[in-house]
Design a protein around this ligand. Structure first.
Ligand SMILES: *Cc1c(COP(=O)(O)O)cnc(C)c1O
Length: 380
């Protein structure tokens, strides 16, 4: 029996309880939305310069410190503009002269384009790897900032942020910094703050909140760099000035008005993760969900994980290639059954689905999704 994708009706008992599998914006837990509703009168619509909102920002900063086990002198810096805005801020406020970028997908390429275009910076060193894999950073005395990506959301490739060969640079005078784009990894993958100086993200991915905010966890060395560049007199637009952002964050504020809902939703997820058992617990949820998807794909003739090297396979974003059946048709059939945002990343141009496995997604739902795809493939 063959049908058009939208005519396939998946039996209710096979469907996941929640059909959101997008890689960002991603599933927001209904419990978090309820918590937001509960604060509809005393938090939403109140001044971000007053105690009500500032105490939520303070709790958010404390929750991040605890969740990531940040040591003395680390600061949680917040501001508007999401991760893309943070790239611009880093070009003005964190990179001294020359960055080394590891590029292996859309997001890491975008950041390298930012520093390449910045007139006050030297041309960056760019180390690239084919999509589906990742490069490794190279120690270079001329580099003051190494730009890594914990999880390349576009290709479903993850890398370790521990790169001991950079130690010589990081402990030099002045020290080089390791900056990690953790937009889709933060809260879903474990890491050790000793390996990193700036771990930044936006909360619409693993933190199951909404976009618009950047959260940058900054080591003492990163703070020192921000302050040194500030003192140097380099021109910085105020909204991209991390010295201003850090000063406001210390007061539990942002430089200009933030999205209050985003902040509360992010806090809800962070506290949910802490209550559940912390970062390792949250990461294990992602590992269970993605493991189910990869195992299933390896087991099917028509599917296979895009990332050949198992060690590079993302535990949070599964890219699955299909053969003999159209991934677009599968995604369309899923969508017709309220299972959404599994479409592949267009620019990769592959016959592929991209399935998020963030902590907020129930592992049982990830498993149910694979059963739904089996059901669809039998009928296409
Ligand atoms: C989504 C994403 C970004 C962009 O985040 P915005 O908040 O939309 O700017 C950057 N880097 C990675 C790895 C991402 O997944």
């Amino acid at each position: 029996m063959t049908g058009t994708p939208s005519s396939i009706s998946i039996p209710a008992e096979l469907r996941p309880a929640d059909g959101r599998f997008g890689s960002g914006p991603s599933k927001v837990r209904p419990e978090a939305v309820k918590a937001l509703e509960a604060r509809a009168l005393d938090y939403l619509g109140t001044s971000h310069r007053r105690t009500g909102v500032r105490s939520v920002v303070g709790r958010l900063r404390a929750a991040m410190t605890e969740l990531f086990g940040l040591g003395d002198g680390w600061e949680v810096v917040l501001g508007n503009g999401g991760s893309t805005g943070f790239w611009d801020a880093a070009a003005f406020s964190m990179i001294e002269r020359r960055a080394q970028h590891l590029t292996f997908g859309e997001f890491s390429e975008k950041f390298s384009a930012v520093t390449a275009a910045a007139p006050h910076l030297d041309d960056p060193a760019v180390i690239t790897a084919p999509y589906g894999s990742h490069p490794v950073p190279e120690l270079d005395a001329g580099i003051d900032t190494y730009a890594l990506t914990h999880n390349e959301t576009s290709t479903g490739v993850a890398m370790s942020v521990a790169q001991p060969q950079l130690g010589a640079s990081r402990h030099g005078t002045p020290p080089a910094l390791v900056m990690v784009d953790a937009t889709s990894a933060a809260g879903a993958m474990t890491w050790d703050p000793r390996d990193v100086d700036c771990y930044y993200f936006a909360p619409q991915k693993a933190f199951a909140a909404d976009g618009g905010l950047f959260i940058a966890l900054c080591s003492p060395a990163a703070i020192e760099r921000i302050e040194r560049i500030d003192a140097s007199g380099r021109y910085k637009p105020a909204t991209l000035d991390l010295a201003i952002a850090a000063r406001n964050s210390r007061q539990d504020q942002t430089y200009n008005t933030p999205a209050l809902a985003t902040i509360l939703l992010t806090l809800e997820t962070a506290e949910w993760m802490l209550d559940g058992g912390g970062l390792a617990w949250a990461a294990s949820r992602s590992a269970t969900s993605s493991g189910a998807v990869y195992d299933w794909a390896a087991d099917r003739d028509f599917a296979s994980p895009f990332v050949a090297d198992e060690a590079m396979r993302s535990p949070v974003v599964c890219t699955i290639d299909f053969e003999g059946v159209s991934a677009d048709d599968i995604a369309a059939a899923l969508r017709a059954n309220d299972i959404v945002d599994t479409e592949g990343y267009r620019k990769l141009g592959r016959n592929q689905l991209r399935i998020a496995a963030f902590p907020a997604i129930e592992p049982s739902d990830a498993e149910a999704l694979t059963a739904c795809i089996d059901y669809i493939v039998e009928r296409l």
